[in-house]
Design a protein around this ligand. Structure first.
Ligand SMILES: [Zn+2]
Length: 236
């Protein structure tokens, strides 16, 4: 059974770098959806003054996508924060493929996803949208609660993307018998089409991002050093 605790040495490392584009307005706020009736302005998450898609948001979106992929293959999945499931996996030395990729409360992640920043920060425009607090029970506008303002990034912004894959052979070819490798390969395909949804207001189509182009480099451990073994483009 797969025991993915293999961090004593880094044998293979794949670095993927490319360009993400948000095809719909994007909002990644500090603290998610605005509370019902909040009059606080919901600003876009920023780093050094520039809108930023946190690596943790991308990773979360990829994990849910991987979970639905696994489910469609008849593989049981559990909540990422389910510590009982993580404990059972740790004690048995037998981890599910999803934790084997993204980690759990007791296993480190085999993928690292970096914060995505705009390729051209000065051309990255945002806009504000007014929202009105709707009563969840009755669907009516609640009186006495002011409208709130949300900041979105305009569609069409190009973002830097970087993901590292540690000790999983995905590229050039997914290792046979390693379910994680085929799941990651599938995820990379899905990032191109239909894309991923990140941030708030997903139910109205906000936050759709696609990986437009990407290059990969795979390094292997040789005589105690990581050496570039092969490289290529993800989408020909
Ligand atoms: Zn698991």
């Amino acid at each position: 059974m797969p025991d993915y605790r293999d961090f004593d040495s880094l044998n293979v490392l794949t670095i993927i770098e490319g360009t993400l584009v948000n095809e719909s307005p994007l909002r990644i706020g500090v603290g998610g959806e605005p509370p019902l009736g909040s009059s606080v302005d919901m600003v876009m998450y920023r780093v050094n003054g520039s809108p930023c898609i946190p690596g943790s948001s991308l990773k979360g979106a990829l994990r849910s996508l991987a979970e639905s992929l696994a489910k469609s293959k008849g593989i049981a999945v559990h909540d990422p924060w389910d510590d009982d499931a993580a404990k059972k996996e740790e004690e048995g030395g037998d981890f599910c493929a999803i934790c084997g990729i993204f980690g759990n409360t007791r296993l480190s992640s085999h993928v690292r996803i970096y914060d995505s920043t705009p390729k051209d920060p000065r051309e990255t425009k945002t806009f504000y949208k007014y929202g009105i607090a709707i009563d969840r029970d009755f669907g009516s506008v609640r009186s006495g609660l002011g409208p709130f303002v949300e900041e979105f990034v305009e569609p069409g912004v190009k973002w830097h993307f970087r993901m590292d894959i540690l000790n999983i052979e995905v590229l050039p070819e997914p290792k046979e018998g390693d379910l994680r490798a085929s799941i990651i390969k599938e995820l990379l395909k899905m990032m191109r089409e239909p894309g991923l949804q990140v941030g708030a207001r997903k139910s109205v189509g906000a936050g759709l991002i696609k990986l437009k182009e990407a290059k990969w480099r795979t390094y292997r451990l040789e005589n105690g050093r990581l050496k570039l073994s092969c490289e290529g483009a993800l989408y020909e």
